[in-house]
Design a protein. Structure first.
Length: 206
């Protein structure tokens, strides 16, 4: 059997919206399983998001430190953000987030990894890009607000960040997945084999 995730949608008999927030929607679907039985499944609809592993010539990655209310922690994360509009191009969103959160721009973009963050309870899909040739962005710095108002940025040694992840010191899923994926690719010598920045993204078509 081939090891590859495949799309498959079981029939939805009924679907009820339980909550509508600023970003997410909570739903309860009655789903017909392959054996004919019907079960209820609660889940969160999410617009999708992008993350960026920005890598400089000194083998450092760019991290941002941000407060996350649901877990009550300040986390070191990758620059990242929501797909603001339905069907938004993920590369355009990634460039926007790198500018807004870190006032940086990049000359070379590749797809590093795609992921579902919590497929047991949400349809959130995230694409993580690798950005190289990173320089200060043109123009004025973006005015941050809310959780981003006191955001700190840091260029950190990639090997050290990898060790911190494996030691349980860093917990943001995008940072964990993105940095470990990058470390794996570098070890295999395959940076130039990464998918192009406009590679298809069937988990969140645009």
């Amino acid at each position: 059997m081939e090891i590859r995730d495949e799309p498959e949608k079981w029939p939805v008999v009924t679907s009820q919206q339980q909550f509508q927030g600023h970003i997410i929607t909570a739903r309860t679907d009655t789903v017909r399983m392959p054996d004919g039985k019907e079960v209820e499944r609660d889940y969160v609809e999410h617009p999708g998001a992008v993350g960026i592993v920005a890598l400089d010539e000194a083998d450092r990655v760019l991290l941002v430190r941000q407060y996350r209310h649901p877990v009550g922690w300040r986390l070191w994360e990758l620059p990242a953000g929501l797909l603001d509009q339905p069907g938004e191009n993920p590369l355009a969103a990634a460039k926007r987030e790198l500018y807004e959160e870190a006032h940086q721009q990049a000359a070379d973009w590749r797809v590093l990894v795609d992921m579902f963050t919590t497929p047991g309870s949400s349809d959130e899909a995230i694409r993580i890009f690798l950005a190289r040739g990173v320089t200060d962005a043109d123009g004025e710095q973006y005015a941050r607000e809310h959780e981003e108002a006191d955001m700190h940025t840091l260029w950190a040694d990639r090997t050290e960040v990898t060790k911190l992840i494996l030691a349980g010191e860093l917990h943001n899923p995008l940072a964990v997945a993105g940095v470990l994926a990058l470390t794996s690719v570098i070890a295999a010598g395959g940076l130039e084999d990464l998918r192009p920045a406009d590679a298809p993204w069937p988990q969140r078509p645009y």
